[in-house]
Design a protein around this ligand. Structure first.
Ligand code: ATP
Ligand code: MG
Length: 904
């Protein structure tokens, strides 16, 4: 029996023999291509060839493409767990001809591979061809129909024709298109999954699992124009795709893709972790959970490896939804702790031979998945309870209310489709209109909250004039005409700007102010007119209009004035910091590798911030190396060149774009190290960027990382300084050193030694002090003993509830244990505050636990009072909070709670 890896290679070898070039799969997360959520077919990376805008050195290609169909035009997510052959992630084996061979060879070779090389019984196979479409003036694909009979000898009744929906392929509303021919297989009547559907008859494209599509051969021969005309293309292409999982199931003679060796190692590992058994393809709830988890796991591993990150929008939200679905199916296998991340290695081990990138990123993938599981896990069980209640309420209406679905989404992190999935399992529906309504209300609230500080709320329906702002790259001062202003009453085009409480925003015909975008904050400065001065706090953008937000400083600014727009010198610092982010990104990729994808950035006059993917903190020597590389580029005094290019050329140059960012047809590229616009390829750093930059790296004056931290799973943040910010940082530091040196009475070189000595002395003194206090009976244990002697009793149980002085948590736990032991039967609650931090600890003896009093319950009852949360075991629990002023109330509530439980 062939393994999946052998099937993949035998496909590739077969076409290599037919003179095809092997091409690597493109990343499943298409970086820099916003038209596509995920790679969903092998042809994605050849789009430009079909459009005639790009070329390749070869005319024939073959590969196995990583695909995800879980959102956008292709979405098979709902099929996962329902059928055995649609996955969110799958591999598409494909062969291509770019203006080379056409239908005859494509059909002949497909047939040869399936029936001769792989030996599939020809009597089980069917072919489909395009029937033509009168309305669109497209003919029946007679050529293909004849070839199927001639080349393969398939009898006429097994060559079927279908319409535009099934057998005509289009890239979009316009562009390359053509008829396709699909090869389907008859898996036998017993494989029909619609046997119980009245009137169902198994047939090709008939919606049951007896006949499934194996391979699609697309013949790209037309071009579709905007006016609807469809004309022949000068060069004809072949584009084919076959699902590896499906063909593997056929060749391994399995009833389900999940029973092939692409999935079985995952299912086995899941079984080991959960202790549950998989009994075979989709035979009940447990089996479904095994399959869904296996499918979703592969999808997450491949997507995160290629730069995807679970988040709240776009691609990221698709991944988050998939992860949450998998986590919830895990509950059906009794998995209440994070477990998906523990399965990552199984995927990596079995797939890394074909996709070696999996090995490099396994650590990051695990970190990200684990942390997502943890964060959802915190609310999942409670959410499931809420769902049960909602389902109970929906018994008669059969409809989960929009409000319940929204609460699950908003408070418990249940994506709508997860709630829908769970509803379906109970034969219920979800009121999605109600949900959407609440969602929209929330969006409006968020928008309103944002608008109050940007004037947008008063001018949404006013068309603002466009501001010419090309001078932002070249000038710090220009003359412009005042066109109008906005305040919280609206947009004004008459009169003069005066100071109002909320400030106002001046609109000029042209400006040299940089309006906030691309992570760079908007410029500050002044607008000076003949009759007054306006201080600009920040420039921002609404559509094509630049708003100069700020306040009148003196006099008035009048509509029609010729005024000077003057940008503050601080903008020069932003320029330095912006160029530094590019150098930093370059250096990070040298030091940490390509895994360091940009996730966000902030550039302002004072500092710069750069967020990037990484599964771990940077080591101190890595931070040093990054700094060294950046400073080296600064010392080399390299030119910084900007160029505006067609996006295709920019991509060809290898310029880096930002994830999820939309770009027009032409883009601005910042190249560091290129002598001029004609030598962009010389640059070591090339990025799509609309920001302002220094002309030469020497202008930065230096670079220093002042912080490296985690901001979410798999995402690190670097904060760094250049120019003035850096000089101030050094100045402050040297002042501190000077002061220290004076206080400690040692020269700066001696500070470290002296401080170490002080720390050492302090430790010794503390030890002595502790010993002394133990002897005098003021330590925590003796305090506990005192409290026990004077405590309240309920029956024979001792109730000790008290605030105590700050002490190490370990010692407090010891004290609680001591009380429990000494009293035999006791409930203890200690609260201590340290600054504005509160710690609550509770302990309960076993006999009282039997009576229903649990330490975890006490703590979760009282923690909210101090603004915290926490819990723990019945014997011992702990929580933290921030409202120290409420500690007495919390302890009072603890006493009441204990009394109530024990007096029942
Ligand atoms: P189906 O009708 O079965 O959903 P499709 O028409 O969407 O298939 P194509 O877009 O033509 O499929 O993709 C080419 C091949 O990729 C298919 O013939 C099939 O073998 C495979 N394939 C498509 N979608 C999936 C999926 N979700 N999971 C696994 N394999 C798939
Ligand atoms: Mg499909």
């Amino acid at each position: 029996m062939l393994t999946a890896a052998e099937i993949r290679s035998s496909f590739i070898d077969f076409f290599v023999e037919k003179k095809h070039t092997v091409v690597a799969s493109s990343p499943v997360v298409p970086i820099g291509d916003d038209t596509l959520l995920f790679a969903n077919a092998g042809m994605n990376q050849f789009k430009d060839v079909f459009l005639g805008t790009g070329g390749r050195e070869y005319k024939r290609a073959v590969n196995s493409q990583k695909c995800i169909r879980a959102g956008g035009k292709h979405n098979d997510l709902e099929d996962v767990g329902t059928d055995t052959y649609h996955h969110t992630f799958f591999e598409m084996l494909g062969n291509w001809s770019f203006g080379d061979y056409f239908k005859a060879e494509a059909i002949e070779w497909a047939w040869e591979l399936l029936t001769k090389v792989w030996g599939i019984d020809r009597n089980k196979l069917y072919a489909t061809v395009f029937a033509g479409d009168k309305e669109f003036g497209l003919d029946f694909d007679k050529e293909a129909a004849e070839l199927w009979s001639k080349v393969t000898g398939l009898p006429k009744e097994r060559v079927l024709s279908f319409g535009r929906k099934d057998n005509f392929w289009e890239m979009g509303d316009t562009g390359p298109c053509g008829p396709c021919s699909e090869i389907h297989i008859d898996l036998g009547p017993e494989r029909c999954d619609k046997k119980n559907v009245p009137g169902h008859k198994c047939k090709i494209n008939g919606g049951c699992s007896r006949f499934i599509e194996l391979w699609n051969l697309v013949f790209i021969q037309y071009n579709q124009f905007e006016d609807g005309r469809i004309l022949p293309l000068p060069a004809k292409h072949v584009d084919t795709g076959m699902g590896l999982e499906r063909i593997t199931a056929v060749l391994q003679n399995k009833n389900s893709n999940y029973d092939t060796n692409l999935f079985s190692p995952i299912i086995e590992a899941t079984s080991q972790i959960s202790g549950k058994r998989y009994s075979g393809s989709l035979n009940g709830k447990t089996d479904i959970a095994f399959c869904v988890i296996a499918d979703h796991l592969r999808c997450l591993v491949f997507a995160i490896t290629d730069g995807g990150m679970p988040s709240n929008e776009g691609r990221g939200y698709v991944l988050r939804r998939i992860l949450r679905r998998a986590a919830r199916f895990g509950r059906q296998l009794g998995m209440h702790e994070p477990f998906i991340y523990r399965l990552v290695d199984v995927v990596v081990d079995s797939m890394a031979q074909a996709f070696e990138e999996l090995k490099q990123r396994a650590g990051l993938v695990k970190t990200v998945i684990k942390s997502e599981e943890e964060s959802f896990g915190r609310t999942l069980d409670r959410g499931l309870e809420i769902f049960s209640t909602a389902a109970e309420k929906a018994k008669s209406s059969r409809l989960i209310s929009g409000a319940d679905a929204f609460e699950l989404y908003d408070t418990y992190g249940f994506p709508l489709d997860l709630t829908q999935l769970m509803a379906r399992e109970k034969n219920l529906k979800v009121d999605t209109a109600g949900f959407d309504n609440l969602m929209e209300q929330q969006r409006q609230r968020a928008r309103a909250a944002q608008k109050t500080n940007s004037f947008a709320f008063v001018v949404t329906d006013t068309k603002l004039p466009a501001t010419g702002d090309s001078a932002k790259y070249s000038d710090e001062k220009i003359t412009a005409k005042v066109l109008g202003w906005i305040d919280n009453k609206g947009f004004h085009t008459k009169g003069s700007v005066s100071s109002t409480d909320g400030g106002s925003a001046i609109i000029l015909d042209r400006t040299c102010f940089y309006a906030e975008s691309g992570g760079q904050t908007g410029d500050a400065g002044r607008i000076v007119g003949p009759k007054g001065t306006f201080v600009v706090e920040a420039a921002e953008r609404m559509a094509d209009c630049v708003l100069h937000r700020g306040k009148i400083e003196q006099g008035t600014i009048n509509i029609g004035d010729e005024a000077e727009a003057i940008v503050d010198a601080s903008r020069r610092e932003s320029k330095k910091n912006h160029t530094a982010t590019h150098l930093l990104q370059y250096a990070l990729r040298q030091v940490v590798g390509e895994i360091a994808h940009q996730q966000g950035s902030l550039v302002c006059p004072e500092y710069l911030r750069f967020d990037f993917t990484s599964s771990r903190a940077l080591k101190p020597q890595e931070i040093k190396e990054v700094e060294r590389l950046v400073n080296e580029k600064i010392a080399q005094a390299l030119p910084v060149t900007s160029a505006t290019l067609p996006i295709k050329e920019a991509k060809k140059l290898g310029a880096m774009a930002i994830f999820n960012e939309k770009y027009g047809d032409t883009v601005r590229v910042i190249a560091v190290g290129a002598s001029d616009e004609n030598h962009l390829s010389e640059a070591f750093s090339k990025e799509f960027c609309g920001g302002t930059h220094v002309a030469n790296t020497a202008g930065l004056g230096g670079f220093k990382i002042i912080r490296e931290e985690s901001i979410s799973a798999g995402v690190r943040r670097i904060t760094a300084l250049t120019g003035k910010g850096l000089a101030e940082h050094y100045k402050k530091n040297s002042e501190i050193i000077e002061k220290l040196s004076q206080t400690l009475k040692v020269p700066p070189e001696g500070i470290c030694e002296r401080v170490n000595k002080i720390i050492e002395d302090n430790k010794n003194l503390n030890k002595q002090l502790k010993n002394a206090s133990k002897q005098s009976g003021t330590d925590i244990l003796s305090k506990a003993r005192q409290l026990l002697e004077n405590c309240e009793k309920i029956g024979s149980s001792s109730i000790v509830v008290s605030s105590i002085d700050s002490a190490p948590v370990e010692e407090i736990r010891d004290a609680i244990d001591m009380i429990k032991k000494k009293a035999g039967s006791a409930a203890v609650v200690f609260g201590l505050s340290d600054g504005d931090k509160v710690v609550l600890l509770a302990g309960v003896s076993d006999d009282l636990i039997q009576k229903g009093l649990k330490a975890g319950d006490i703590v979760s009852q009282i923690a909210p009072i101090v603004g915290g949360a926490g819990g723990g075991k019945p014997q011992m629990a702990q929580a933290g909070g921030r409202k120290s002023e409420n500690l007495p109330q919390a302890l009072q509530r603890a006493i009441e709670f204990i009394r109530q439980k024990l007096r029942k």
